[in-house]
Design a protein. Structure first.
Length: 252
């Protein structure tokens, strides 16, 4: 389990995550699939996060903690972890979210049976007390570039990528929505994101992290459309209207 080249590398950025990071890490350690490494890059936390991370790293050789020297944002933290990842498969899990125990097992089997390079799964929403709020996000059968522009249905906490097929991954250095930009980049290259419609993860809502700030997320979606994807104003408006409509539906 502690070998040099695990099959799956789990990428986790952390910043002032002391309230939830223990639960996040425990959800990884409870995985029925054991051949993983978890690379947690701490973005200069000022709370007890580092102490918690170091304790888990001492207990489990599969957990690696990398501290950044200055606060740099999630993109830099994720890219730092990606540069150190030894696994063929890359999975993403933020420091306040969790996985169901069978998540890696089920998703890897799904990918290997079909030889998929890019997959995601369904998930449910939980509150700050880790209680499900009776809202699930279902995974469609597949997503391509055009459909992703209009529907950001792919939850980062559910993504798994086979880098043997895609090559190395790096995210654009923007403060948020770097995950969306990365998925669009892969889809534009001709890959398809295939959905495994099983509830395999828990996405936490109701805290103040940047990824949960819907107004900032909406503005960054527009930035991705116009500045990174170079969409025309009319197409960006068309895609944004679909994105906004579906974002509301997710939370009704």
């Amino acid at each position: 389990m502690g070998r040099k080249n695990p099959l799956v590398s789990i990428i986790t950025p952390s910043y002032n995550a002391a309230e939830f990071i223990t639960e996040t890490i425990r959800s990884v350690r409870r995985q029925t699939f054991k051949d993983w490494e978890m690379i947690i890059v701490d973005d200069c936390s000022t709370d007890r996060t580092r102490d918690i991370l170091e304790k888990f790293a001492e207990e489990d050789v599969r957990i690696r903690v990398i501290p950044l020297e200055e606060n740099s944002g999630a993109a830099v933290a994720r890219n730092t972890a990606l540069a150190k990842a030894a696994g063929r498969y890359i999975a993403f899990l933020d420091s306040d979210d969790c996985w169901k125990p069978e998540k890696l097992d089920s998703q890897l089997r799904f990918m290997q049976i079909h030889d998929y390079a890019f997959t995601f799964t369904g998930y449910e929403l939980i509150n700050a007390d880790s209680i499900p709020i009776n809202k699930k996000v279902f995974a469609p059968e597949k997503v391509n570039y055009e459909s992703m522009l209009k529907n950001t249905i792919v939850g980062t906490l559910t993504v798994m990528i086979d880098t043997k097929q895609t090559g190395p991954i790096q995210m654009p250095n923007i403060r948020t929505r770097q995950d969306l930009a990365t998925w669009l980049s892969l889809l534009k290259k001709g890959f398809t994101a295939y959905g495994l419609n099983e509830n395999l993860a828990e996405y936490r809502v109701g805290n103040a992290s940047i990824s949960k700030n819907k107004w900032k997320a909406a503005k960054m979606n527009w930035f991705v459309y116009r500045e990174l994807e170079k969409l025309s104003f009319s197409k960006a408006c068309w895609c944004f209207s679909h994105y906004a409509y579906r974002a509301v539906l997710k939370r009704i």
